[in-house]
Design a binder for this molecule. Structure first.
Ligand code: PMP
Length: 787
């Protein structure tokens, strides 16, 4: 091939030179000659069948009985011997790493001269290699592969990639246009595509590659890969499953994903457009059983797939035009490949990425809001904010919306150690990759979690139940309490929230209309530290008294130790101790609901009840326990659990499953490793100081209070009246959102701003919060009093 042709094949960015092998013709070698050449490997076949190859000659050799004895490859004259040596060592390496991979291995040349023997066809020197013949079907049409086979192909490809992970060879650094890494070297070949429609499809694909894939290519995982694991290079059994991997001739150091691209190109051949997503997902499922793809890889896999098809069309057209290839060999690329590429482009890049990563739920906000209300009906709570937050992802104390705007999250306590903490996400992924079962099977992680939880509690609390939500935990607490005490009444604070089940909704007056308040639950006023009301036990005593008058004794009194729904107050330990004693005196159990206050929220201890110097009879955990993954627990005394056990058996399908347990362990680990509790104390103190400083000039801020990172700003009509001002609190919440900070509102009058960030919120976030608060307050003032 002329040098000028080589010169035209340059990558516009990297300017590499194409491997000359792509330009050279196949060796001239007859089937009779092939039988004779085989003697160099000490075999004497009777028949040689040409298997067809793009640039080499490959023969299946049979002995006189017709049995296949070996596969012989006569290489293209331009083939670099170093590349051939790489192929041989790579096959041997992969087989050594994963011995059950069915790789066709190269034969050593008799006499110990490596794996290639020299042969000349008169003009050119060719290297000859001999491989094990694997029995099975070669070049099976992809359309015949069953779904099970598609998954298997994905798995084998991933195993092959894994087996080559530790392989390196200088010859792997090469510029092969087949390697998707060098897609853009195909540009000069595009004019050879005779069909204008096909040419347009290839051009669109290359343009997309250049603008969207090429810039991100350096971020993709790279290694030496097989690069051409396709139906042309595999032997399959009757069920279409891979029993032989052949031809390492396209190996190079490139993105791992190029293996997937060539696989999809091959396996989707002949499938209709509406099947492409499903076929690719099955292949990817198989692949990801071994090697999960990274988010960027999932984003780009469809585009690499398209690029690989485009490369195929361009190279085949170009080689055909130059007479290097019979047009019959290239015709696949003018027909089914064009159809396949057309199919992918019809789906569209974004939709393709969504289909391949199985992501759901795209849509414009207005449409989604409508669909949300149609799908869920009126029963669920409204979206927050006048203009709902359309979230995309989170990171530490930040939430990012679909438009990329970052919000400082000062509201969500569930992602306690921070949004998307890698320890938790990885624990969940790793664990779910292994197994998810239930507590009927023995697994140590659930046992260890229970041990860790009891170790973090007073020694009397020695028994754990694992459940799935705060509601379930409280529901079980109620069941334990009624069973143990024989009583049927309950006590909770006057604006409490403890959950949604029938039993626990009765303990959630925050969500009940006055006329729906059940008669078996009485409510008491916790201390309002701002107004200095309910400082003693009289409200509690009156609630017990009301129960008694109704002929009911309390089975339990339940308290959220940070009073999130009642308005966030710091209670006096002496008073709480009195409440506990009065509950016990009335025959009830004390339930510490740590769904809000637990897992380090207060900073001074793991559980908020510790600050009161009490020993609850039952502790319930939820929300932060799995950092967003649903997992919850009840911790109690053995005698209380025994009482339930005497009557029934407790089993929760998901309670204690390995994945939830892994999430819960990860949270506990991070709380320790990052020394979260002391950080919460320091951050909480600094945050309150900053809030007080900002609020000092604003008469509508009546009180700033809190414990650790459970904080509140109480909004009033004026400091002199201390009258709650719900409207202004809501406007501030909206204003803060406009300034990029998320808070909520709470309290019986809805006038308390709830500042309850993930515990990943640290002192570095305070200036952002303080600035937004100051601006929101100033905006309010401007609007109220425009002078
Ligand atoms: N207890 C408290 C104190 C809560 O705040 C909540 C939830 N807000 C629950 C229980 C109920 O938890 P879940 O929503 O997980 O059922």
């Amino acid at each position: 091939m002329s040098n000028s042709m080589l010169d035209t094949l340059t990558d516009p960015v990297n300017d590499p030179v194409v491997d000359p092998v792509i330009l050279a013709a196949s060796p001239k070698c007859t089937e009779q000659e092939a039988c004779a050449i085989a003697a160099m490997f000490d075999i004497h076949p009777e028949v040689a069948c040409d298997l067809g190859s793009e640039r080499d000659r490959t023969f299946l050799l049979h002995d006189s009985s017709g049995a296949a004895v070996a596969v012989m490859k006569v290489s293209n004259a331009m083939e670099d011997p170093a590349t051939l040596d790489m192929e041989a060592t790579a096959a041997l390496h992969a087989c050594a790493v994963d011995p059950s991979l069915p790789i066709a291995l190269p034969w050593a040349v008799p006499g110990g001269r490596g794996h290639r023997a020299r042969w000349t066809d008169g003009d050119n020197v060719h290297w000859v290699r001999m491989y094990d013949a694997i029995s099975g079907h070669g070049k099976r049409p992809a359309i015949e592969l069953t779904d099970e086979a598609l998954v298997d192909w994905g798995t084998v490809t991933a195993r092959l990639g894994r087996a080559l992970r530790s392989f390196i060879h200088p010859a792997a650094i090469r510029t092969m246009p087949w390697d998707v890494q060098h897609t853009l070297t195909c540009r000069p070949m595009v004019p050879s595509i005779s069909d204008p429609a096909a040419r347009a499809l290839v051009t669109r694909t290359l343009d997309r590659f250049e603008s969207n894939v090429f810039p991100r290519w350096p971020m993709l995982r790279a290694q030496v890969v097989h690069g051409d694991f396709t139906t042309d290079n595999a032997i399959v059994d009757d069920r279409g499953r891979v029993v032989g991997i052949v031809d390492f001739g396209d190996m190079s150091h490139t993105a791992l994903l190029t293996d997937v691209a060539s696989l999809l190109d091959s396996l989707a051949d002949g499938r209709p457009t509406d099947e492409l997503g499903r076929v690719a997902r099955l292949v990817l499922d198989g692949y990801q059983r071994i090697t999960p793809l990274e988010p960027l890889e999932l984003d780009l896999v469809g585009e690499l797939w398209a690029a690989r098809i485009a490369i195929g069309i361009a190279i085949a057209s170009w080689r055909t035009e130059l007479g290097l290839q019979k047009s019959a060999f290239g015709s696949r690329y003018q027909d089914s490949a064009v159809e396949l590429l057309d199919g992918l482009l019809t789906i569209g890049w974004e939709a393709l990425a969504a289909q391949l990563s199985s992501s759901h739920g795209s849509g414009e906000p207005a449409d989604l809001i409508k669909r949300r209300s149609e799908a869920f009906g009126p029963g669920i709570e409204d979206l927050s904010y006048n203009e709902p937050l359309h979230v995309s992802h989170g990171d530490g104390a930040w939430i990012v919306d679909v438009d990329g705007r970052r919000y400082l999250d000062a509201y969500n306590n569930v992602p306690c150690i921070g949004h998307a903490h890698p320890r938790v996400t990885e624990a969940i992924a790793r664990s779910s990759r292994r197994i998810t079962t239930n507590l009927r099977y023995l697994h140590g992680s659930a046992v260890e979690l229970a041990e860790r939880l009891t170790a973090a509690c007073p020694s009397t609390l020695d028994t754990v139940f694992l459940v799935n939500s705060g509601t379930e935990a409280n529901d079980l607490a109620w069941r334990l309490a009624t069973t143990f005490t024989g009583n049927t009444g309950g006590l909770c604070t006057r604006h409490a929230y403890h959950g949604v089940s029938s039993a626990i909704a009765a303990f959630s007056p925050e969500t009940l209309r006055p006329e729906d308040m059940p008669s078996f639950v009485e409510r008491w006023h916790p201390t309002d530290t701002y107004r200095q009301e309910h400082l003693d036990e009289s409200s509690f005593a009156a609630a017990v008294e009301r129960l008694a008058r109704a002929g009911v004794a309390p089975a339990m009194a339940i308290l959220d130790g940070v009073l999130q729904s009642d308005g966030v107050y710091d209670l006096s330990p002496a008073l709480v101790q009195q409440w506990v004693a009065m509950t016990h005196a009335a025959g009830g159990l004390w339930v510490a609901d740590e769904v809000q206050g637990g897992h380090g929220r207060t900073g001074d201890a793991m559980w908020s009840f510790s600050r009161f110097g009490i020993e609850p009879d039952v502790v319930t955990l939820g929300k932060p326990m799995g950092n967003g993954h649903p997992v919850a627990a009840v911790i109690t005394r053995r005698e209380i659990a025994e009482c339930l056990a005497a009557r029934t058996v407790f089993f929760s399908t998901f309670g204690g499953n390995q994945v939830s347990v892994a999430a819960a362990h990860a949270v506990l680990d991070v709380l320790e490793d990052e020394r979260v509790l002391p950080r919460v104390v320091a951050t909480g103190g600094a945050l309150r100081a900053a809030m007080r400083e900002v609020a000092a000039d604003f008469d509508c801020v009546g009180d700033v209070r809190g414990i650790g990172l459970a904080n509140a700003i109480e909004i009033v009509q004026s400091r002199s009246t201390r009258e709650p001002d719900r409207e202004t609190a809501l406007r501030l919440k909206e204003g803060l959102r406009q300034h990029g900070v998320l808070v909520g509102t709470t309290g019986p009058a809805g006038n308390v701003l709830k500042v309850r960030p993930p515990l990943a919120f640290n002192e570095s976030h305070i200036p952002t919060f303080a600035t937004a608060l100051s601006r929101s307050l100033a905006d309010l003032h401007t609007r109220i009093d425009p002078q």
